[in-house]
Design a protein around this ligand. Structure first.
Ligand code: HAM
Length: 439
């Protein structure tokens, strides 16, 4: 026997009824984004590897360890040996598109959202996959369009709070920090590097490496024994210049005015190199170790790093897999039942009669579906008991359709939640089935 094939490690199939929840999240995101005047952008799933190396940063875990990269086997000389990568995130792609299509020349802010798969070769665990899905958005434009304003940061954060509330996710926490300008960050990195010299020998292996390559990442360490040491390190808030401090204070003031709750977290540095000033994450306690529902921040120098014009921006990406997990934990994903199950009652031994009743059932299902109802259609060959069992799993009500019903035009309807049984004239059936079916 040949070996059965399975989805590749870290990838998975999404199946009903869970996909209905995914679709609900997509719909809610699109509806909320529309109210804030965002438009959708769709960028390619793979890009030139150098986009991520330059955009996200060579030293980051994402670029140095986690990308799915291959050398292209293109026939044309110009394509041969080109390094391509499945996108590990979408901000670099959006900014590339912003530059390529000269979107800044309109003089307007570009407010763009995206929904789609991303790929990182991480160790799979709860809430962490190698193919995962992000819903993200970016606000980017020339400074004259107000792209640097702290109001943009606060508006994006307020939108996220609104989205999570509308989705019904309760108990989230917004962690907020400022990592300053790129000069502030560089200065702070040096300060940290020096402060780490006498203590790093007592820290974990990862921190020993980070202390050399990217000291800022030490603040991200989760190893319990390292925490007391990290607490003694210089704080990034003390390294910010006046401009960054004023900017951050304005973001906080606007959030206070809008009533969006947040927690300041001066260890929130994020795993991508493009961030400047405001950085944030929304976490949820129910997720375990991978507790970030979403993350984002400002990236005022990214466009220039990719060879584009000056175009400050701010954005975020939500992990849709994690939104789904959280909602499933909150029991929000009750299997959706259809409005009614049509059970044709035929005589399995009389083929002509069976065909007749099945045909009549299809006509009835068509009429009800066209009336806006969701309908599951059974089969006249099933015994009544089997029809009831199947209907109970799939639908709120069962409609019995036998020869008598076809002749009289009066149908028998049972509502499972209440046990109520009724005789309903066909002309009134759509309205009857649309009524709530709860006890
Ligand atoms: P990120 O923090 O790398 O940021 O990812 C954002 C979110 O994607 C995370 O908070 C998490 O919910 C989800 N996520 C990341 N990796 C995985 C994974 N392996 N499995 C499941 N979910 C995952 C970014 O990607 C930035 N581009 C966000 C951004 C947009 N910053 C500015 N604009």
């Amino acid at each position: 026997m040949s070996q059965t094939l399975k989805a590749v490690r870290g990838t998975r199939d999404l199946l009903p009824p869970e996909t209905e929840l995914w679709n609900r999240i997509d719909r809610t995101a699109r509806a909320v984004f529309a109210r804030y005047n965002f438009g959708e952008i769709r960028t390619p799933i793979f890009e030139d590897t150098s986009l991520f190396a330059r955009g996200v940063g060579e030293e980051t875990d994402i670029v140095s360890k986690e990308m799915f990269t291959w050398e292209d086997r293109g026939r044309a000389q110009s394509e041969r040996n080109q390094l391509l990568t499945l996108r590990p995130e979408n901000t670099a792609g959006v900014v590339r598109a912003y530059i390529e299509h000269k979107l800044g020349e309109s003089g307007q802010l570009q407010k763009l959202y995206y929904i789609g798969p991303q790929f990182r070769r991480e160790r799979p665990q709860k809430g962490r996959f190698r193919q995962f899905y992000q819903i993200g958005a970016e606000v980017i434009g020339p400074p004259s369009a107000g792209s640097e304003s702290p109001l943009r940061d606060a508006e994006v954060l307020e939108m996220l709070a609104t989205f999570l509330d509308e989705l019904g996710i309760t108990g989230w926490t917004l962690h907020l920090n400022s990592v300053g300008s790129s000069a502030d960050r560089a200065r702070y990195n040096e300060t940290l590097r020096e402060a780490l010299v006498p203590v790093v020998g007592q820290m974990c292996e990862d921190c020993q490496r980070r202390a050399v390559t990217n000291p800022l990442r030490v603040l991200d360490c989760k190893v319990p024994a390292d925490q007391p040491i990290i607490e003694t390190l210089p704080k990034i808030a003390d390294a910010l210049d006046e401009e960054s401090k004023t900017h951050f204070a304005a973001v906080l003031a606007a959030l206070d005015a809008a009533g969006v709750p947040y927690t300041r977290n001066d260890r929130l540095v994020r795993g991508l190199d493009y961030y400047t000033r405001t950085t944030f994450e929304f976490t949820h306690g129910g997720l375990g170790a991978q507790n970030a529902l979403l993350g984002g921040g400002r990236y005022d120098g990214l466009s220039e790093a990719l060879g584009g014009p000056r175009a400050p921006g701010i954005g975020f990406a939500m992990g849709e897999d994690r939104l789904v997990l959280t909602l499933l934990d909150q029991n929000a994903a009750q299997a959706q039942k259809v409005d009614a199950y049509i059970a044709p009652l035929g005589d399995p031994k009389d083929e002509a009669a069976l065909a007749r009743i099945n045909a009549a059932a299809l006509a009835l299902a068509r009429e009800l579906r066209r009336g806006g109802l969701s309908i599951e259609l059974g089969d006249g060959g099933f015994r009544l008991k089997k029809s009831f069992e199947m209907a109970d799993k799939a639908a709120r009500r069962i409609v019995i359709l036998g020869e008598d019903e076809v002749r009289s035009g009066i149908l028998t309807v049972k509502t499972f939640a209440t046990g109520e049984q009724a005789k309903v004239p066909r002309a009134e059936l759509t309205v009857y089935l649309a009524k709530p079916a709860s006890a």
